[in-house]
Design a protein around this ligand. Structure first.
Ligand SMILES: O=c1ccn([C@@H]2O[C@H](COP(=O)(O)OP(=O)(O)O[C@H]3O[C@H](CO)[C@@H](O)[C@H](O)[C@H]3O)[C@@H](O)[C@H]2O)c(=O)[nH]1
Length: 454
């Protein structure tokens, strides 16, 4: 039999590309050929940031199709990106599959589509190719998406996704409460973007019926209630490069690995690691409050300041800040986060609570300071602070700003909380068990592989 050939297609955003590429690398280890389809811009960024291009090319075929936007256009406008991608990418994907299948290559035997890419699921169905759907966020979030018809029927949201009133709801008695105002599609101020993202959910919900397997980058141990509510979700996570002793790829920015040597110079559990993923942006006031808060902790900190986190990053720091913190503060444009979080000198993780950052922190037993920015991050904060109890959240003042006194205070409170730190270490053990041979996620992954090879 020919090598099974999987085509994997992520939603075109950083937090979706990295985990699906991790899955792709695991599949290659299990003898699959994998073609990974990025949008053109993301392909360029990934290739540019790859430390060892030839080595990866030998393993995963990295290809691209256009997303319909010009290369210079803003991809942080998710409404515009989603609308354009949903219109242009299906036809391009079909052409790509026809081209692969019409050549001497192994034919595509299975499509793995991101849980947000309803249109890719439709293409797989149309072309009669087996389909698995990959969910890169918490299972609870997908459970919310699957519950939309009931939420409408129960009068919790209207048919456009708008909550009828602001309230806390539970999808099942065992699930943590969710604030209707924080439903992921509600985090966009502009009505048009909100509608596009809600429609994306609706389209995906129809198309997901074509899938034979629904796999989640999460575990039963982390989210028992969500998996009980939807038993057809298969937990195979956390998928981390360190589990296969490999390197994570798919980054949009080249990583600054000199910060690892910097970490080497610090005592165990002394450094505050601060990172907000790929999407968070700050205004000047909030950025400066964070800088002063970090300075006032009098502790070493490693802070990821992405080039686009604020307009003109260079002028954004408080006057004299860089000079004052020069001996104990390190700012980088993009860190090798997986390695940073497993470094012994890291004491805590000040995080925006993107799902990847959440499971990476949890897998390393790191306590969190939660600073959610948008979408599912508020719900992930609930898991971290209220369910697993391995982190603290920040209070905002009346103008919606997290002040430096609050930041300093919460750092002190977190690092003095031995019970919380012990829970974080326990959760690390639980998470390590599930991905080990014989663990729940490991067994599910094996059964997924068997199905793919059938
Ligand atoms: O300096 C850095 C910063 C981040 N990362 C990595 O980048 C990824 C970031 O993913 P995530 O933490 O999930 O954040 P976002 O990029 O914001 O991810 C988007 O996608 C996620 C998965 O759907 C959602 O949970 C988030 O809310 C959404 O913003 C992680 O693997 C990090 O390890 C680095 O390697 N270096």
């Amino acid at each position: 039999m020919d090598t099974p050939h999987v085509l994997a297609i992520p939603y075109p955003a950083q937090g979706h590309v990295i985990p699906l590429l991790e899955l792709a690398q695991c599949l290659v280890q299990h003898g699959f050929e994998v073609t990974f389809v990025n949008s053109e811009l993301n392909h360029r960024r990934v290739m540019n940031a790859l430390p060892d291009k030839d080595n990866v090319r030998n393993h995963v075929n990295l290809v691209w199709i256009p997303d319909g936007l010009e290369l210079w256009e803003d991809r942080n406008d998710l409404g515009k990106l989603t609308e354009s991608a949903s219109e242009v990418m299906p036809g391009k994907l079909e052409e790509l599959i026809e081209k692969i299948n019409g050549s001497d290559n192994n034919k595509i035997t299975c499509v793995i589509a991101d849980g947000c890419q309803g249109w890719a699921m439709e293409v797989a169905e149309k072309m009669r190719i087996r389909l698995a759907v990959f969910y890169p966020a918490a299972a609870a979030l997908w459970a919310l998406g699957f519950s939309i018809p009931e939420l409408i029927a129960d009068g919790i949201i209207d048919s456009y996704g708008t909550p009828v009133k602001s309230q806390m709801i539970q999808l099942s008695p065992a699930m943590p409460s969710m604030n209707t105002e924080n439903f992921p599609w509600m985090c966009f101020q502009d009505e048009n973007t909100k509608n596009i993202l809600f429609d994306l959910n609706t389209r995906t919900l129809k198309a997901v019926k074509f899938a034979d397997r629904l796999i989640c980058n999460s575990s039963y141990e982390l989210e028992p209630a969500a998996f009980s509510l939807f038993p057809n979700f298969l937990a195979i996570g956390p998928l981390l490069a360190s589990n296969r002793l490999g390197k994570s790829i798919g980054h949009f920015w080249p990583e600054d690995s000199t910060c690892l040597e910097w970490l080497d110079q610090h005592p165990a559990q002394s450094v505050i690691y601060v990172a907000f993923g790929s999407f968070t942006v700050f205004d000047q006031i909030q950025f400066q409050e964070l800088a002063i808060g970090l300075e006032q902790t009098n502790r070493p900190f490693l802070w990821v300041v992405r080039p686009d986190i604020i307009e003109k990053t260079n002028d954004a720091y408080p006057r004299g800040f860089k000079e004052r913190v020069v001996t104990r503060g390190r700012m980088v444009g993009w860190a090798p986060q997986d390695k940073v979080l497993s470094h012994p000198s890291v004491a805590c993780f000040l995080s925006h609570c993107g799902w990847n950052s959440t499971i990476e922190g949890v897998s390393n037993g790191i306590p969190f300071l939660c600073w959610p920015y948008f979408g599912d991050q508020f719900f992930n904060q609930t898991y971290i602070c209220d369910v697993w109890k391995v982190g603290l959240w920040f209070n905002k003042d009346e103008s919606g700003i997290i002040r430096h006194e609050e930041i300093k205070g919460k750092v002190e409170q977190l690092l003095a909380d031995e019970a919380l730190k012990a829970r974080a270490l326990h959760l690390k053990e639980v998470t390590a068990e599930t991905v080990k041979e014989g663990g729940c996620s490991s067994n599910n992954f094996s059964s997924f592989i068997r199905w793919m090879k059938e």
